[in-house]
Write a protein that binds this ligand. Structure first.
Ligand SMILES: Nc1ncnc2c1ncn2[C@@H]1O[C@H](COP(=O)(O)OP(=O)(O)OP(=O)(O)O)[C@@H](O)[C@H]1O
Ligand SMILES: [Mg+2]
Length: 233
């Protein structure tokens, strides 16, 4: 379970998040939605320990909010960052193996990742820089999974991908949804797709939670109003 309470986050003097609060149950996928600059990446970064933050972040009952990023990773927080961030001179296999550095036991291994994304087996020995955008995205997700996380943070996994490739990535994620009680926070620009792929959602506007709820049967009109900061009249 993930419990976030009263979370404020800062980049120097700039406050990016204000009093964020939500809970997520084990096995659930949470869609984090909001316009450009709303604070979605900042929230993922705060959970990883990459911003300066105050407030409470509890993962499976343990307060992780004050811990350095490396320790949070060892406790099961794993990020697939916006823009993928490959080590471009390393091979696909080497990029994936970096994810296993936390040494956490669990179901995810090179074999399991290449079962999920078979193309990565074919390209295992190629430098990651030679892969297509979609293939690099698969490496980024695979690398995050290699850490055997309790909490998988996926920032904009379909951004810039051709629709058919985006669907392929989302289908792979759907196939592992809730596996081993892993929680996932999915940042996704396409609101309908995000809602369809999740159990619950949080909508941010200018660094604040403006709406949250259960994804099944969610009112997309109300989410649209919250997303753009319009009065829900
Ligand atoms: N490293 C940083 N230093 C200073 N300000 C930052 C930094 N990163 C983000 N910000 C600011 O924090 C706010 C939230 O940005 P964030 O990247 O979290 O938004 P986002 O919802 O992920 O947007 P997008 O959909 O464009 O990725 C923005 O005003 C942004 O300019
Ligand atoms: Mg972002």
């Amino acid at each position: 379970m993930l419990e976030v309470e009263g979370l404020d986050a800062f980049y120097g003097d700039f406050q990016a998040l204000f009093d964020i609060g939500f809970t997520q149950k084990s096995g659930e996928t949470l869609a984090l939605i909001g316009a450009n600059g709303a604070g979605k990446s900042s929230l993922l970064h705060s959970i990883c320990g990459l911003t300066s933050e105050t407030g409470t972040i509890r993962l499976n009952g343990a307060e992780i909010g004050k811990l350095p990023p490396k320790v949070r990773a060892e406790l099961g927080v794993s990020l697939s960052p916006e823009g993928r961030r490959m080590f471009s001179s390393l091979t696909v296999r080497e990029n994936l193996q970096i994810g296993a550095n936390t040494g956490r036991p669990g179901p995810w291994s090179l074999d399991r990742v290449t079962e999920l994304f078979p193309i990565l087996e074919e390209f295992a020995n190629r430098p990651a820089s030679l892969l297509s955008g979609g293939q690099q995205q698969m490496v980024a997700i695979g690398r995050a999974l290699m850490a055997n996380p309790d909490l998988l943070l996926l920032d904009e996994v379909s951004l810039g991908l051709a629709p058919v490739v985006a669907e392929e990535v989302m289908a792979a994620l759907a196939s592992i949804r809730g596996e081993s009680q892993m929680m996932t926070i999915l940042v996704e620009q396409d609101v309908s797709r995000a809602i369809a792929a999740s159990d619950c959602f949080v909508c941010l506007l200018e660094g604040r939670v403006v709406l949250d709820g259960v994804s099944e049967g969610a009112d997309l009109g109300a989410i649209g109003h919250a997303y753009f900061g319009e009065d829900d009249a």
